[in-house]
Write a protein that binds this ligand. Structure first.
Ligand code: BCO
Ligand code: AKG
Length: 240
C-alpha cells in the first residue's frame, strides 16, 4: 500500500497529518478495500472487456483533498496506458466508482469522448505553477478544442473506461474530501512489453526508483514490479 500526500502539503511546512492524504494506492493486500475489485456488480461488466481470466493490476482509493490554493488537487489530462507495460489495450479496463456525489464543484472526472480510438501519446509533467503530484504526467499534445464531458456521478455510480481515453479531473473547490475507488483490470492473457525506446520510458524510470525503495532491492524490472502487485480476480493467471 502506498499512501500519497498532496504535493502542496508534502512540500510545505505543515505537519503531514491524515488531512493531507490524497490517495491510497496498491491496496491489493487490504481485504476490506480489495473486496471492491471482486464485486459481482463490477466484474460482470469488466468481463465484457477482459474475458474470463481477470487480473486486478492497479488499485486506488482517491481522496481528492480540498484544494490548498495551488490547484494541485487537479489531475492532468492523461491516458492510463502510459502507466502500463502490458498489451493489448483493448483487454484493459478501469472501473471507477464515486463514493459520494461528485460534480464539478469537488473535481469530477473530465473525459474527451472518442479519444480511446487514438494512439498512446507522449506524457510529461505539466508546467503548473503550484507544482504537480508525483507521477501525475499529462498528455503533451491534444486538441484543446475537442469537446469535454464532465461526469457528474451519484454515490455508487461506476464508470468503465478504456486505457487510451484521455481524461483527468478538476480542482476540488469544496471543503470536503472527494472520494472515489478504482481498479484497473486486465485479461491475464495480456503480455508484457519492453517500454525501452518508447514514450513510456520516463514513467518506467520513476516506477523503478519507487520500487527499489519500496522493496529494498538493488535491481528490479518494470515487469516484476507489476507482477508483484497484480492479483487474480477470476479465472486463470496466465501471463500477467
Ligand atoms: C493509471 C494510473 C494513474 C495514476 O496512478 S497517476 C499517479 C501515480 N502516482 C504514483 O504512483 C505516486 C506513488 N507515490 C509515491 O511516489 C510516493 O508516495 C511519494 C509521493 C513520492 C511519497 O514518497 P514517500 O517516500 O512515501 O514520502 P516522503 O514523505 O518520505 O517523501 C519523499 C519525497 O517526496 C516528496 N513528496 C511527497 N509527496 C509528494 C507528492 N505527492 N508529489 C511530489 N513529491 C512528493 C516529499 O516532499 C519528499 O521530497 P524530498 O525528498 O524531501 O525532496
Ligand atoms: O480520481 C481522479 O481524480 C482521477 C483519477 C485518474 O484519472 C487516474 O488516477 O488515472
Amino acid at each position: 500500500m502506498v499512501v500519497m500526500r498532496d504535493v502542496a502539503i508534502a512540500k510545505s511546512e505543515f505537519v503531514p497529518d491524515q488531512k493531507a492524504i490524497t490517495k491510497v494506492q496498491d491496496f491489493q493486500e487490504l481485504p476490506e478495500l480489495f473486496e471492491y475489485c471482486s464485486l459481482p456488480q463490477i466484474v460482470q461488466y469488466v468481463k465484457c472487456f477482459t474475458g474470463p481470466n481477470i487480473m486486478s493490476m492497479h488499485t486506488m482509493l482517491i481522496n481528492k483533498p480540498p484544494d490548498a490554493g495551488k490547484k494541485t488537487s487537479r489531475h492532468p489530462m492523461h491516458q492510463d496506458l502510459h502507466y502500463f507495460p502490458f498489451r493489448p489495450a483493448d483487454r484493459i479496463v478501469c472501473a471507477w466508482t464515486a463514493m459520494e456525489r461528485i460534480d464539478r464543484s469537488n473535481g469530477c472526472l473530465v473525459v474527451l469522448p472518442g479519444t480511446h480510438t487514438g494512439e498512446l501519446k507522449q506524457h510529461d509533467y505539466p508546467e503548473w505553477e503550484g507544482g504537480v503530484n508525483k507521477m501525475y504526467h499529462g498528455v503533451r499534445d491534444y486538441d484543446p478544442s475537442l469537446p469535454r464531458v464532465h461526469l457528474t456521478m451519484e454515490k455508487g455510480d461506476t464508470v468503465f473506461f478504456h486505457p487510451i481515453l484521455i481524461h483527468g479531473s478538476g480542482m476540488n473547490r469544496t471543503a470536503g474530501f472527494r472520494k472515489a475507488i478504482s481498479c484497473h483490470y486486465a485479461s491475464s492473457d495480456c503480455y508484457y512489453i519492453d517500454v525501452k525506446g518508447t514514450t513510456q520510458e520516463n514513467i518506467e524510470k520513476e516506477v523503478i526508483e519507487l520500487a527499489l525503495k519500496r522493496y529494498g532491492v538493488e535491481e528490479i524490472l518494470l515487469k516484476d514490479a507489476w507482477m508483484a502487485k497484480g492479483r487474480l480476480v477470476q479465472g486463470e493467471r496466465i501471463n500477467l
